[in-house]
Design a protein around this ligand. Structure first.
Ligand SMILES: Cc1ncc(COP(=O)(O)O)c(C=O)c1O
Length: 468
């Protein structure tokens, strides 16, 4: 602190050099008798220079005398009360006015993300084990275990772990030999990862509207979209909500269509007590860091068909003949997951039920706290047991972006719902009439779904925003 004490007869330039040499960026000004007269920060000097003061002019009393100080022995609470946006440094003086110490308030900005992986189980143990085993690429005991355990969790027979959820959809399309000349029906309200692999496979996507209650693909609209070229439907269990799988499977059976369930956001959800992922020919999952369980990046295709399982394994691994190394019969990909990622996945899977319970509890807490008729919470169907991926709700469209901005000023992240595919020039040519999805997309918001949430703070911001 000695280095921060400066005599009042000092020029601006001298004080600048002085502050520059001091990491605290501050100078305490004292008189010849070492009595504190004030303090000046690098920000104060900047403002003096901007106002036209010369570098070799002397400091005047006004430059440093506007400050808050404390007398030795004052309780810390009193100091904290003095702290605000402008006052961050409080000198502490003795009873005779000499500087003894100072108090600096370090404001740690607490960021509240929308999602946060929970990694406090066996993740480190299993990853370390995989690392020490040297099986760090795409073979190893954790991979086999993760594929088996996750497919069992989905009530399916087989799992093919992949590098992410997007390539899982591509792998599924390729395994079903969907491509040029085929049409694939997708919902309008989803992440672009649902439609991009369809286009990349050479097929034509057909975008249809959603159901206004569930926000998932509307079966009636699927029916209307079917043509002689339709090969598959990709229902997306968006925001943890299962699609109407009864109607979708009925339509698929009637028209001989494949079903690829996109379950990236719905691990563990059920429709009529049957797990999502167990209805379709192939179902895909994502284990991205913000998903219900994560492997960092990662995905999986699950299926009940041994034939599709074997085909996906070959396509995942460069199309190489499993019986004849380096012999390729078809064009494949490297869509493999690593044993290290699978090690995290195994640890995550051990906790999946408690993660789902905790997300549900978080949603309940929000519901108790944000009890406002302007808010429309996600729909609970009698037929389905949705899961809470990210707490999702609708608010008036004219308030949604404002609310996100206001939450951001308090370092709280919130997400707008996905833009509709049909709204984006890139995809609009594939879309049939989609009005409901546009309305839902314009009103939807995802709130932080993590352990440590200041519900009261969020309530205040939501109330202010809605009533403004
Ligand atoms: C509905 C949906 N499908 C597919 C994906 C793609 O998953 P990934 O990010 O693992 O590629 C995501 C998530 O990002 C998603 O939300």
């Amino acid at each position: 602190m000695k280095n921060s004490i400066c005599n009042k007869k000092t020029t601006i330039k001298e004080i600048l050099l002085f502050i520059n040499a001091d990491p605290a960026g501050i100078a305490f000004i004292v008189n010849d008798n070492s009595i504190l007269c004030g303090l000046i920060t690098d920000g104060d000097i900047r403002r003096l220079l901007i106002s036209g003061r010369e570098l070799d002019s002397y400091l005047v009393e006004n430059d440093y005398s506007n400050y808050v100080y404390a007398i030795e022995g004052q309780p810390i609470e009193k100091l904290l009360n003095e702290v605000d946006k402008k006052v961050r440094i409080i000198p502490i003086i003795s009873k005779d006015g000499k500087l003894i110490d100072y108090f600096r308030y370090e404001h740690k900005t607490h960021f509240t993300p929308v999602a946060e992986p929970s990694l406090k189980g066996n993740e480190l143990k299993y990853v370390t084990d995989a690392l020490l085993s040297t099986w760090i690429s795409s073979k190893g005991i954790y991979l086999d275990r993760f594929e088996k355990e996750f497919s069992t969790f989905c009530d399916t027979n087989y799992g093919v772990a992949t590098s992410n959820g997007t390539v899982s959809i591509h792998l599924a399309l390729k395994a079903l030999e969907i491509g040029e000349g085929d049409e694939v029906i997708v919902p309008d309200l989803t992440f672009a990862a649902t439609i991009n692999p369809v286009i990349l496979s050479g097929a034509k996507p057909v975008i249809v509207d959603i159901d206004k209650n569930s926000w998932t693909i509307c079966p009636k609209k699927i029916k209307k979209a079917i043509s002689s070229k339709t090969k598959a439907i990709i229902p997306v269990h968006v925001y943890g909500q299962p699609c109407d799988m009864d109607s979708i499977m009925k339509i698929a059976n009637e028209h001989n269509l494949y079903v690829i369930e996109d379950c990236a956001e719905a691990h563990g959800a059920t429709f009529k007590n049957k797990k999502v992922g167990s209805f379709g020919d192939i179902s895909t999952f994502s284990f991205f860091g913000n998903k219900i369980i994560t492997t960092g990046e990662g995905g999986m295709c699950v299926t009940n068909s041994e034939k599709l399982f074997n085909k996906m394994k070959v396509l995942r691994d460069h199309g190489m003949d499993p019986k004849k190394r380096y012999w390729h019969k078809e064009i494949g990909f490297n869509y493999r997951m690593t044993n290290l990622q699978a090690a995290i996945g195994c640890a995550q899977l051990e906790k999946i039920n408690s993660i789902l319970e905790s997300h549900k509890k978080i949603e309940d807490n929000y519901k108790n706290e944000l009890n406002d008729s302007n808010l429309e919470w996600q729909y609970n169907s009698e037929k389905a047991n949705r899961v809470v991926w990210l707490v999702s709700l609708l608010i008036p469209a004219d308030k949604r972006d404002l609310l996100i901005a206001q939450l951001q000023t308090k370092n709280i992240d919130a997400r707008r719902f996905f833009y509709c595919l049909s709204e984006m020039p890139l995809y609009e040519k594939y879309a049939l009439d989609c009005n409901i999805s546009k309305e839902i997309s314009s009103r939807g918001i995802n709130l932080p779904t993590i352990e440590d949430i200041d519900y009261k703070l969020i309530r205040g911001i939501v109330e202010d925003c809605i009533n403004s």
